[in-house]
Design a binder for this molecule. Sequence first.
Ligand code: SF4
Length: 454
Amino acid sequence: MQKKGHLILSVDPGSIADQLELAAGDRVMKIDGQELEDIFDYQFYLNSESIVMEVLKANGEEWELEIDHNYEDLGINFENGLMSEYRSCRNKCIFCFIDQMPPGMRETLYFKDDDSRLSFLQGNYVTLTNMSEKDVDRIIRFHLSPINISVHTTNPELRCKMLHNRFAGESLKILDRLWEAGTPMNGQVVLCKGINDGDELERTIADLSRYVPCMESLSVVPVGLSKYREGLYPLEPFTKEDAEETIDRIERWQKKLYEAHGTHFVHASDEFYILAGRPVPEESRYDGYIQLENGVGMIRLLAEEVADALESREGDEVCDEISLATGVLAYDYMKKHVEAFNARYPNRRVHLYRIENRFFGEMITVAGLITGQDLKEQLVGKNLGRRLLLPEVMFRSGEEVFLDDMTREELQNALQVPVNIVKSSGYDLIEAFLHAEEGESTYSPYELKEIDYE
Ligand code: SF4
């Protein structure tokens, strides 16, 4: 047996693989006589009652295991989550945020992935431009879904221009194949002023609405423009009037599609409503918050959850003082939530701070792109009460590190106040206001130490 296959990184204790005495360093060579291309193949074979697995043990022994797993996961973690190389994108989109990042950041932040397998595994949006016929066949054959697609425009020539890829128009045909096969999809449009907005957006929504209900949702989000755009395609920010026009257009389609299909399908992101100075839509218009990760409905959902969390509480007379920081975008809404909280808990003071994004530039207003550096600069010397709460979107997934590599511990030492990470729901927010010291990310003030940033 040649040494290849897929290296096992670890085996979950007590799992089927553990019982079979598989371990880190072993290699899965074949399942049912077939080599595995990637995680899709692996999951496809696991979707069965039993398999025959060929394993090359770390000590060189070759094992053939008949495994009656009955659709259960085996508990194997591979060296590479995809079981193959990550595919980088073949585009050079005129709006790409990665091109607008300053130099000197962590290397992984500059990696441009456009891998359809990540769409299924992590919900990433993909452009379809580097998918082969075989990839599409596998998605259909393995019944993988949903696939999240960055469409941007259905005008083939315009798509080639926006993605700077001459195959970008042609790859739109994959949408037809996925639709014919009944593969659930979600779409996304990054809207660029004077490029794919106005009549072009009208065309895109009209074209994609043919795929409803197979295409379950379409979000329209404004392009993010950082201050690092030198040498890049000239793009302008949207004005209040542009936002109003875009919302009006989208809401006309919502009405039409709801009457025809019972779904609103297309949604303007929260940013458009804030820019237009309009209230965000009512909860029922978000069709179950299908595109929250694209900033569609987050404000409405948070408001509903905060109201619900407060309604079920009596209030108390406890005296307390804490602080919360958020981005410019959510600040006004967060202020209302803090006021509602204070109406119920008058002696518990919450200082709310609005953090401008100096790192990427003032046009970037979302909390998720705020760096530790900006927090430190703008909060130092402020009254933060006995602890500071920060939304978890400010941190790298599952870690206590900001985008600029500053850690939570470094920030709390710089500000001399414990920092708590608050999960994203309104229930978590109210819980954190009331019981900040009981959260997972508490830090004893006695452990605070000075950090030298020079
Ligand atoms: S697909 Fe476009 S926006 Fe996405 S990473 Fe590639 S160049 Fe950037």
